[in-house]
Design a protein around this ligand. Structure first.
Ligand code: HEM
Length: 405
C-alpha cells in the first residue's frame, strides 16, 4: 500500500488493474469484442483485442511507447531507457542491434547449447529426490544464455543469477516482498553488468552479444554503461523467462498425456509449442499511448490516451480460435499463422515495430526442451498443479515437481 501511495497517477492507473488475466476479456465480452472505452483511475483509456485491433495497435504512427510503461515495471522488468520505451528513430537504431543479435545464425547454436545443458542437468536428477522443473530449467537457461552472450561464468553465481532473472519477471507487477525482490535483483544485475560493460570497452571488440552491446553506437555515441547493462539484461532475462512455458509444458503433458508420444515428430512439437504460447497465461496485455487522435470500430481514441491490447483475451476468443479452452496443438498443423493472430510476443514485424525480437529463440528453445521433456522418464508426485489466473505472471503453483527415474 505504501508503494502504491507514492506512485504517480499514471503508474497507479496502469498497475491497479493488473489483478489478473480475466479483467480485460471480461470487459470486452460485454461489448462482443469491440473496443471498450474505459477509465483507469479517472484517466481515459481504451481496451481492444482481435487480429484487426492488433494490426491497428501496430500500425506505424498510431501509437507510442514512451510514458506507457509504469515506473514499477521499468524498475523491475525492462529497466530504465530500455528499447521497449523508445519511439521513432531512437527505437529503430536500438532495435537493429537486437535484430542483428537475436534473429540470425546464433539462434540454433543457443537452442542446441540449452538442450545439451538440460540433458546434463537431467542426468543429475535421475534416482534423486523431487526436482522443481521451474527452478532447474531457469538455472539451465540463465547459465547457458549468459555463456552465449559472452558473460564470463562464475560457478558460485549460477543459482543467484537465475533467481535474479526470474525475480525480475515474477515481481514486476506484484506488490510487497515479490516486488521488492524484483527491484533488488535488477539493481544488483545492472550494477554487475555495467561494470562488465566498462571492462569490455577497454578490450578489442569480440563476436559476442556482450561486446556488440558494449561497442554499439547511435549517432556516434556509445550507450551509457547502465543502459548497455539494461539491454544485455533484456536478452538474458526474457530468455530465462522461457522457463514459464517449460513448466506449462509439463502441466500440459500431465493433463493431456496423449500429446507426449507425438512430440518426437518435429512438426507436431512446433505446433505444441505454439499451442503452449496461445493457451497458457503469460503476458496479459500490452500498453501504448495514442500518438494522434484515432478512430477504430466506432470508438474514438484521443491523442495520448492509454490503449491496452488484450493479449490473453485474444488467445481465448472463440471468434479467432474455435474452442479456445481446448488444448489442441493440431490447430497449428499445416497452417500459416497470421502476423496479428498469435501474439504472445506482440504482433507485426519485429524488425520495424516493437514485436519481440526473441520469438525465434523462444520457439527454438521450447522446441528443444519440450522434445526432451517428452522423452524424459519422470512422474509427478502428488502436488498442487493449479494455475491462479489472478496472479500475474501466472505459474504452476507447485513448480511442478518431477521425480526422474
Ligand atoms: C519485447 C514477450 C522472449 C527480447 C517483447 C514483447 C512481448 C514479449 C509481449 C513486447 C511487444 C510489444 O511491446 O509490442 C516475450 C515472451 C517471451 C519472450 C512471452 C518468452 C517467454 C524473449 C527473448 C528475448 C526477448 C528470448 C531475447 C533473447 C525482447 C526484447 C523486446 C521484447 C529486446 C523489446 C522489443 C521492442 O520494444 O522493440 N517480448 N518475449 N524476448 N522481447 Fe520478448
Amino acid at each position: 500500500e505504501g508503494i502504491r501511495k507514492a506512485m504517480p497517477l499514471l503508474d497507479q492507473a496502469l498497475t491497479a488493474p493488473i489483478k489478473g488475466y480475466a479483467w480485460l476479456p471480461d470487459l470486452r465480452r460485454r461489448t462482443h469484442g469491440r473496443p471498450v472505452p474505459i477509465r483507469l483511475l479517472g484517466l481515459p483509456a481504451v481496451a481492444l483485442g482481435g487480429p484487426a485491433a492488433a494490426q491497428f495497435f501496430y500500425e506505424k504512427g498510431n501509437f507510442e511507447r514512451h510514458g506507457a510503461i509504469p515506473g514499477p515495471v521499468l524498475d523491475t522488468l525492462f529497466g530504465r531507457g530500455a528499447v521497449h520505451t523508445l519511439d521513432g528513430q531512437a527505437h529503430e537504431a536500438r532495435k537493429a542491434l537486437f535484430v542483428a543479435l537475436l534473429m540470425q545464425d546464433g539462434v540454433d547454436i543457443l537452442a542446441k547449447m540449452v538442450g545439451e545443458a538440460f540433458d546434463e542437468a537431467a542426468d543429475g536428477w535421475r534416482g534423486g529426490p523431487p526436482v522443481s522443473l521451474f527452478d532447474a530449467t531457469a538455472e539451465v537457461i540463465a547459465t547457458t544464455v549468459a555463456r552465449w552472450v559472452g558473460v564470463p561464468e562464475n560457478e558460485s553465481d549460477r543459482i543467484a543469477q537465475a533467481r535474479d532473472m526470474i525475480a525480475m519477471v515474477d515481481g514486476s507487477v506484484a506488490l510487497g516482498p515479490r516486488h521488492a525482490r524484483a527491484r533488488l535483483a535488477r539493481r544488483r544485475q545492472e550494477r554487475r553488468l555495467a561494470e562488465l560493460i566498462e571492462a569490455v570497452r577497454r578490450e578489442e571488440p569480440l563476436p559476442s552479444a556482450l561486446s556488440a552491446i558494449a561497442h554499439h553506437t547511435a549517432d556516434g555515441c556509445l550507450l551509457d554503461a547502465r543502459t548497455a547493462a539494461v539491454e544485455l539484461l533484456n536478452i538474458i532475462r526474457p530468455a530465462t523467462a522461457v522457463t514459464w512455458f517449460v513448466a506449462f509444458a509439463a502441466h500440459a503433458l500431465e493433463r493431456w498425456p496423449g500429446n507426449r508420444a507425438r512430440l518426437t515428430d518435429d512438426d507436431f512439437a512446433l505446433a505444441f509449442v505454439h499451442e503452449l504460447r496461445r493457451f497458457y497465461p503469460f503476458v496479459p496485455f500490452l500498453a501504448a499511448r495514442a500518438a494522434r487522435d484515432l478512430h477504430i470500430q466506432r470508438v474514438d481514441i484521443r491523442r495520448g490516451a492509454l490503449t491496452l491490447l488484450d493479449v490473453y483475451g485474444q488467445h481465448h476468443d472463440a471468434r479467432v480460435w474455435p474452442e479456445p479452452y481446448e488444448f489442441r496443438p493440431e490447430r497449428f498443423l499445416r497452417r500459416q499463422i497470421g502476423e496479428f493472430e498469435l501474439i504472445p510476443q506482440g504482433g507485426g514485424d519485429p524488425r520495424t515495430g516493437h514485436r519481440c525480437p526473441g520469438e525465434n529463440i523462444t520457439v527454438a528453445l521450447l522446441g528443444e526442451l519440450v522434445q526432451r521433456l517428452g522423452r524424459l522418464e519422470y512422474y509427478l508426485p502428488a502436488q498442487d498443479l493449479s494455475i491462479d489466473l489472478g496472479r500475474v505472471p501466472a505459474r504452476v503453483r507447485s513448480g511442478p515437481l518431477i521425480v526422474v527415474g
